[in-house]
Write a protein that binds this ligand. Structure first.
Ligand SMILES: [Zn+2]
Length: 145
């Protein structure tokens, strides 16, 4: 038996789910913060973007943040210095999911999902997460900045 995620379209066995995959990623990242955790800022944003976990404004802001990480090579510490701390998981003092969601979400076709992330070793993992982030940017190029 297989099932398709209603949000990102990932095809997974019936006893697996995107949430379960995400929990596995988080466990690896927290156990190995310097290796697997090197892409933590991307993993969380990618998962939330693909599962429509943010309100519209935060969704667009999070995608812009991913673009700065991936295309401009901005590091998470630098991003925090720029005052984008409301997307930093340590500073969630206001709701990031409250309010109108991205109306265009259902029209996005995702070319990669969390089901494509291999957990074999840190090199493969970080590579796959980075590819995932890049695919999210190109899959949503038509949306407003
Ligand atoms: Zn999913």
């Amino acid at each position: 038996m297989i099932q398709k995620c209603p949000q990102c379209g990932a095809v997974l066995p019936a006893d697996d789910s995107c949430q379960h995959r995400f929990d596995q990623c988080m466990a690896l990242e927290f156990e190995n913060p310097t290796v697997f955790g090197a892409v933590h800022h991307l993993t969380v944003a990618c998962y939330m973007l693909q599962h429509n976990g943010y309100s519209r404004d935060v969704w667009l802001e999070a995608r812009n943040m991913v673009a700065q990480f991936v295309h401009d090579g901005v590091m998470p510490a630098e991003m925090r210095r720029r005052g984008r701390s409301r997307l930093d998981s340590g500073h969630r003092t206001w709701s990031m999911s409250k309010g109108a969601k991205l109306a265009e979400f259902a029209a996005i076709v995702w070319s990669r999902t969390i089901a494509d992330i291999r957990l074999d070793n840190p090199e493969i993992y970080c590579h796959d997460v980075t590819q995932w982030a890049m695919s999210i940017l190109s899959d949503t190029e038509w949306l407003p900045k």
